[in-house]
Design a protein around this ligand. Structure first.
Ligand SMILES: NC(=O)c1ccc[n+]([C@@H]2O[C@H](COP(=O)([O-])OP(=O)(O)OC[C@H]3O[C@@H](n4cnc5c(N)ncnc54)[C@H](OP(=O)(O)O)[C@@H]3O)[C@@H](O)[C@H]2O)c1
Length: 353
């Protein structure tokens, strides 16, 4: 065999291996690479002080458990103190941490004037904050034309300004020491458009813009990591807590979460990303992961698919069907209907975010 043929076969095998890896991947290539050959969170995060907002449920709660397992010292924040106490008790049960290693620090992201004092309390307790994980937030399930501007304002106040406000309090402590990490849980909706979540998507796009710009402003601090995490659908209380058309109204709750990624897997990937200094993480199972790549590298295709599939999602929403995925159902998919707790549910094999 001549050199050219060997080279071509080598390239073909290389591409095939990556294609197979991509099919089974649940994160972007750099993050998957870090899971295979990077540092382990257990080694890198042991003993570090990590402040997690939104620690009372879902992704934040699981972050607390896995970080406790890594031996990180924790500051747990959210509004519901009883839930934070429950999370703390479980952290102590499943790790070797002592009571003093976990500070429950109730915090409302909307109360921006309290953030300075909360940060002081955290710093006084532990001496420093190594990692801030901006996780607290709420989603949205409503059509733009039916949604009050107050809902848009609330989404921006909470997801964007609340996060920016806390970050601005914590960051000076990191620049003073010359090290630290600010990790923000954005979303696939921070990269791509999401029907029924115009305000949520806008707030996450705002976070992406803010932190991408901040990262560049901090190039003089090579030991400060600014990282954004963009998960696709993950099991949590996010849909139950989503904003609807008006403030005070909640979205339908009968949601089958079977199609969503396990919270534990999403959080493991986040911790691997932090341990390896990954600046942006895309975390989702297929076919969602493919959708990130389309939005990034083939936006014309992404627009086309979003239009076709988003139409179906909106039809279902208007018909009062609670979709088991945030459904963008593919034409070739088979749909079957059933009844969950009296609520009409449509179960669709779908591309969802
Ligand atoms: N699950 C997904 O599919 C998914 C996908 C992409 C991105 N995300 C993002 O992941 C993050 C966590 O969401 P989740 O899925 O874990 O949802 P979740 O189970 O509803 O958790 C949301 C957390 O945010 C806290 N929170 C809400 N309003 C707050 C406020 N005003 N001040 C302080 N904390 C507040 C809640 O605690 P309290 O109610 O006790 O305050 C709760 O701990 C969010 O930023 C979300 O946008 C989720």
């Amino acid at each position: 065999m001549d050199f050219c043929s060997t080279l071509l076969i080598g390239i073909a095998i290389y591409l095939l291996v990556h294609f197979v890896r991509f099919i089974f991947a649940d994160a972007d290539f750099p993050l998957m690479w870090a899971t295979w050959s990077g540092c382990k969170p257990e080694t890198k995060l042991k003993g570090l002080v990590v402040w997690v907002t939104g620690a009372s449920s879902g992704i934040g709660e699981e972050l607390a458990y896995q970080l406790a397992g890594c031996g990180s010292r924790l500051i747990l924040s959210a509004r519901r103190v009883d839930e934070l106490d429950r999370v703390k008790r479980h952290c102590l049960e499943c790790s070797s941490l002592q009571d003093k290693d976990i500070l429950v620090l109730p915090l409302d992201l909307l109360e921006k004037t309290s953030h300075e004092a909360k940060t002081k309390t955290a710093v006084q307790h532990f001496g420093s904050i190594d990692i801030l994980i901006n996780n607290g937030g709420r989603s949205q399930r409503s059509l733009c034309l039916e949604t009050s501007v107050d809902v848009y304002q609330a989404l921006m106040e909470l997801n964007f300004l609340g996060t920016v406000s806390l970050t601005k309090q914590v960051l000076p402590h990191m620049t003073q020491r010359g090290s630290g990490s600010v990790v923000t849980i954005s979303s696939l909706s921070g990269l791509a458009g999401t029907p029924l979540a115009t305000g949520y998507s806008a707030s996450k796009h705002a976070l992406q813009g803010f932190f991408n710009s901040l990262r560049t402003e901090l190039t003089d601090y090579p030991n400060i990591l600014i990282s954004t995490v963009c998960p696709g659908p993950v099991k949590s209380q996010i849909v139950k807590n989503a904003f609807a058309e008006e403030l005070g109204k909640v979205s339908p709750t009968a949601e089958d979460q079977n199609h969503k990624m396990a919270t534990s897997r999403c959080v493991r990937l986040i911790l691997v990303g932090i341990a390896n200094g990954v600046k942006e993480m895309w975390i989702a199972q297929q076919p969602f992961l493919l959708f990130y790549y389309l939005w990034q590298y083939a936006p014309t295709w992404a627009w086309f698919i979003t239009d076709v599939l988003g139409k179906k999602r909106i039809q279902n929403f208007k018909a009062g069907l609670v979709c088991t995925s945030i459904s963008l159902s593919i034409g070739l998919s088979t749909a079957f209907k059933n009844n969950v707790g009296g609520t009409k549910t449509i179960n669709v094999f779908s591309l969802a975010y």
